[in-house]
Design a protein around this ligand. Structure first.
Ligand SMILES: C[S@@+](CC[C@H](N)C(=O)[O-])C[C@H]1O[C@@H](n2cnc3c(N)ncnc32)[C@H](O)[C@@H]1O
Length: 228
């Protein structure tokens, strides 16, 4: 199954906005850490509804934003939401992580939220990111599907695209192999998901309160930051 076969359906039934709501809890921390200067050009890989670029335009005065997504319906929705928000410096392209339609040294910063693990060749994707980034530019790569987060492992069963499940060390090694120095790597907790008192467990989704706390507060989202 292709990215567009899977994710066009998500865009059509409103799951683009659902993801935005869930991911915003941690995405806002990722975006606030990006060393973006006014006027910078930012690329968002697997942009979904396109919310990261709108947030960076609102808070950091980016010069230009490009959202890339392999699902045409995602890009179409993102364009519409961005037009409604009045940002005419943000554009959306349909494309593949493995072949970024940008010149080398043309992008100041790249961000990717909960999308990198869908890459069909993650090493190639990292080489492409290193190619398009200007020297000193950063990649902020945020994933909640990764080896240490045992609560995420079952997600592959619900999706027809092969997902990459690296551990934190594998992310760091792959960044370095692609020519990206690893500046930082840490876990961003989701402090906003409400966790019921112990007496309410098990719930439909969680066997125990401990497991839910581990998923959201301990593991949260793994953020690896690379510098070109
Ligand atoms: C889980 S969604 C995340 C969307 C958004 N970043 C967010 O935080 O809500 C992953 C997105 O990445 C896109 N995507 C997945 N694999 C891709 C690939 N190989 N090339 C381009 N886009 C891809 C999908 O179409 C989808 O919109």
């Amino acid at each position: 199954m292709s990215v567009s076969d899977e994710f066009d359906a998500w865009a059509a039934d409103g799951r683009d906005k659902g993801m935005e709501e869930r991911h915003w809890h941690t995405a806002k921390h990722v975006l606030s850490r990006m060393p973006v200067e006014a006027g910078d050009t930012v690329l968002d890989l697997g942009t979904g509804s396109g919310y990261p670029l709108r947030a960076l335009a609102d808070t950091k005065d980016i010069g230009r934003g490009y959202g890339l997504d392999g699902a045409p319906e995602m890009a179409r929705n993102a364009r519409e939401y961005t037009r409604e928000a009045g940002h005419d410096n943000i554009g959306f392209v349909v494309g593949e992580f493995g072949s970024l339609p940008f010149e080398e040294n043309s992008i100041d910063h790249v961000v990717t939220m909960e999308a990198f693990y869908y890459s069909s060749d993650p090493h190639e994707t990292l080489r492409e990111v290193a190619r398009v980034l200007r020297p000193g530019g950063t990649l902020h790569c945020a994933v909640n599907y990764y080896e240490e987060n045992v609560h995420s492992h079952e997600w592959q069963e619900n999706i027809a695209i092969d997902m990459t499940r690296w551990d934190a060390g594998e992310y760091r090694s792959a960044f370095r192999e692609a020519g990206l120095a690893v500046a930082t790597q840490d876990n961003i907790a989701d402090g906003e998901i409400e966790i019921p008192p112990a007496a309410r467990f098990p719930t439909d989704d969680w066997e125990s309160r401990e497991a839910m706390v581990e998923r959201y507060r301990t593991y949260g989202t793994l953020l690896t930051v690379g510098v070109a």
